[in-house]
Write a protein that binds this ligand. Sequence first.
Ligand SMILES: [Cu+2]
Length: 284
Amino acid sequence: MPIAPIAKLTGFAALLAVLVVGGIALGGAVDPGRSTAAPDAGHGAAASHEGGGGPPVRGLAVAENGLRLVVDDSELASGRPQQLRFRIVDDDGATVSGFDVAHTKRMHVIVARRDLTNFQHLHPEQAADGSWSAPLGIAEPGSYRLFADFERDGEKTTLAADLAADGAADLRPLPAPAGRAVSDGGYDVELDADGALPGEEARLDFTVTKDGREAQTEPYLGAGGHLVALREGDLAFLHVHPTEDATGGAAFDATFPTQGRYRLFLQFQVEGEIQTVAFTQEVR
Ligand SMILES: [Cu+2]
């Protein structure tokens, strides 16, 4: 895998390496094979790429790279399980069915409430006609953002569309920035994000403990953890991945494109269960 040596580099060296490679063929070189044998290869490079000349953010458009996201029914009912169905179509409106495996899956779906109080990460099933579906439960009415995150012919794409769940919406302000949070399964998580500056690659270190003892995190989606960062206001999407395997936590390289506040959704696995925890990160 040609990218492996790059992934071992860190910080400025990696950025330089990616910049050099990036002009030639980075898009296709970053991801193949990273999902299994060498889960970290490409993650740091991919994150660096975003800060090194690639699109600064993704997930703001319903169509990009000649592909478009079509949601079957964007009107949802809150309070009961339902099926989310969508397709990716090409310029001619034909459903596209071939996708690369990235992070062990061909399609990653993120659903986030507009106020970032709800986050779901789904892996939909693909039907024979190329369409995708996943069970989706929306507890609260309001406006939601659907992100379809995938790779095709080595090109990473994140397309997004709005979903509406019926009823009166009660939007809440983003929680204040904090360095500690508790996961939905009761694990204490500490975030060290020193040096998070606009446009510069920052290291995000997460430490996971339970009752004061370091937790043994397990591989999740072929890596040490999964992080989605969404910008407050427009929900611009930064999809970053670990730079190294870590027991007791996970570390990521992320480039926050601008000043502002971001909501970080970290997922990790301990004792076979996926944990989700969220942080507000201020960048200025
Ligand atoms: Cu996923």
